[in-house]
Design a protein around this ligand. Structure first.
Ligand SMILES: [Zn+2]
Ligand SMILES: [Zn+2]
Ligand SMILES: [Zn+2]
Length: 342
């Protein structure tokens, strides 16, 4: 028997054991039956708008287009297409004053100042991205962009994380299709590490690290799909079985400069890939999140991408003890089966 491979992440100082010797296929991970979830009144369904705080953004139908609005304190908009509300139990909350004086209390204590919002992706409870109408998913991406623009302009915000939890085991306590947005008053460690590694390459070679990665993976066995604007691939050192990333082919640091054509293509790409994953592994729980840079300087060498992490493995003693992961599906196998599924 040969050795497994230990691979280093493109940018992070993180190592993963790729269990090439196990030869497991994605279908080995398919769930036997659907999870059971408590049913009850859904606070995100139309008619229950009073169960959430007033919306900071709603999309309403207006002729053939969209009208953007907000809820007033007591009055809630009905017949919305997209609805974005503050989280009832925010991890990070906006300051009382517009410019808080002191977020860092001392070197070991900061106040969790920021934003925490829930973006309700559809009035239809089960309209998850894998099966969503492209038009609806396009509204979702546009709403991500609207909230990113509004929140990243706040002086106390250093990073805006846009992410999605799908399925109970991936942390979605409510089954209605929704994403979350959390803005922090400091740069998260993972993004900062990616930024720093990208900067080092930029200083040496005047090249964007992700542009390099895309160029390489487009011609590798880890490519899942490529279209007019995007490349999808299974990262070389994936820590999650079936992990994939979607990145724009043209250098873009953030989502804010996307054209409507690009937004629509992105929605289609995302749907195609999540639908493929759903078919392949029987609707697995997953998380996804964007990595992006809003900063003019770092924007030269940082390149936005969406990272999708299917939750098919349980990280236990070794991973928690050492920070070394073991992935039992090789990224090459993941990509091969994804190409067949989509
Ligand atoms: Zn619902
Ligand atoms: Zn780039
Ligand atoms: Zn990243």
């Amino acid at each position: 028997m040969g050795f497994n491979e230990v691979r280093k992440d493109y940018l992070l100082d993180r190592w993963v054991v790729i269990a090439t010797e196990r030869g497991r296929r994605p279908s080995d991970f398919a769930k036997k039956e659907g999870e059971k979830r408590k049913s009850g009144v859904c606070p995100m369904c139309p008619g229950n708008e009073h169960m959430t705080p007033p919306a900071v953004l709603v999309y309403l139908k207006s002729g053939k287009g969209i009208k953007k609005a907000k809820d007033q304190d007591s009055k809630r908009h009905k017949n919305w297409i997209i609805r974005c509300v503050p989280n009832l139990y925010p991890a990070f909350a906006p300051p009382k004053d517009t410019t808080p004086k002191k977020i860092m209390k001392n070197r070991e204590l900061a106040l969790a100042v920021g934003h925490h919002e829930v973006l309700i992706e559809s009035p239809n409870h089960d309209e998850h991205p894998a099966d969503a109408r492209t038009s609806q998913l396009t509204h979702v991406i546009n709403a991500y962009i609207d909230r990113l623009r509004a929140i990243s302009a706040k002086p106390y915000v250093k990073y805006v994380s846009i992410f999605r939890n799908h399925g109970l085991e991936a942390g979605a306590s409510l089954s209605h299709a929704h994403s979350q947005i959390i803005a922090t008053p400091f740069m998260p460690k993972t993004v900062e590490e990616e930024l720093n590694a990208s900067k080092r390459l930029w200083l040496r070679k005047k090249r964007c690290a992700i542009c390099n990665i895309i160029e390489k993976e487009r011609h590798s066995p880890r490519l899942i799909l490529e279209n007019s604007h995007f490349v999808v691939f299974a990262p070389y050192a994936s820590v999650n079985p079936m992990e994939f990333w979607i990145a724009p082919k043209e250098h873009q640091a953030t989502l804010l400069g996307m054209s409507q054509k690009e937004v629509e293509t992105f929605a289609k790409t995302l749907k195609t890939c999540l639908h493929g994953l759903k078919q392949l592994v029987n609707d697995p729980p997953y998380n996804y999140g964007f990595h992006l840079s809003e900063d003019k300087d770092t924007g030269k060498y940082y390149h936005w991408h969406l990272e999708v992490y299917p939750k098919l493995a349980i990280w236990a003693g070794f991973e928690k003890n050492t920070g070394i992961y073991i992935n039992t599906i090789t990224p090459e196998t993941a990509a091969e089966d994804m190409r067949k599924a989509i």
